[in-house]
Design a protein. Structure first.
Length: 228
């Protein structure tokens, strides 16, 4: 749709003028400006204090500020905080089938490893003061043997891929040669027919057509006889 042409047909004076027929002091001289939403916060979002909207962050900050660490122990001195209201039973806004947390899945609790003898397959860092146990000669021989077997298997796989690639290439070359040979044969037949047509007389052409017609009729007769 050409909006410029439609408005001009209705009496508009063109770009830079308002819709008033005679004066530019009435109305807008430009198109309606649309407010762009480029902050990614969705339609209907009201720009306010972002920290005030982060209610969960405020609740955790309030709970952390209420922790007393005097005497080597941690004790929560805050009573009735926002976090306690969220986790307390009966907080219908946050719990229940229609609560805020109804769509979240509760995971397991990560347990600490302080004081436990944890065994891992990772080497000890060099700055930890504990040396990494050295590998024995038997382990080294086993590792070398496995490495040789892996190298042999890798070479065999590479040789197989190379043979398959060579076979595929040869098959493609044979197919290309076959197509080229067929084209040359058809070209030679076409040149031969053209030469015959150029040199034969009317009687020879008529005789050749009669022979071809008789051949087709004979094939048709044989086909009907065998089918009957």
């Amino acid at each position: 749709m050409d909006a410029h042409a439609i408005l001009t047909a209705q009496g508009w004076r063109g770009t830079g003028h308002s819709l008033h027929p005679t004066s530019d002091s009435h109305g807008l001289k430009h198109h309606l400006l649309i407010k762009r939403n480029d902050d990614g916060r969705g339609l209907g979002h009201k720009k306010a204090d972002q920290k005030a909207e982060a209610w969960w962050l405020n609740a955790f900050d309030q709970a952390l500020k209420g922790i007393d660490t005097k005497g080597g122990t941690m004790k929560q001195t805050l009573k009735g905080g926002a976090l306690e209201k969220i986790t307390a039973k009966g907080a219908g806004k946050y719990t229940g089938t229609r609560g805020l947390y109804s769509s979240f899945i509760r995971g397991g609790v990560m347990e600490g490893t302080v004081g436990l003898n944890v065994v891992s397959g990772l080497q000890t860092p060099p700055d930890s003061g504990v040396g990494t146990p050295a590998a024995t000669s038997g382990d080294e021989e086993k590792s070398k043997k496995e490495t040789k077997e892996e190298k042999r298997a890798r070479r065999e796989a590479k040789r197989t891929r190379k043979a398959e690639k060579q076979a595929k290439k040869e098959a493609e070359e044979r197919a290309a040669r076959k197509i080229e040979k067929k084209k040359e044969k058809e070209k030679a037949k076409k040149a031969e027919r053209h030469q015959i047509k150029a040199t034969e007389t009317k009687e020879e052409r008529r005789a050749r057509r009669d022979v071809r017609r008789k051949r087709k009729e004979e094939k048709r007769r044989v086909k009907l006889t065998s089918g009957g």
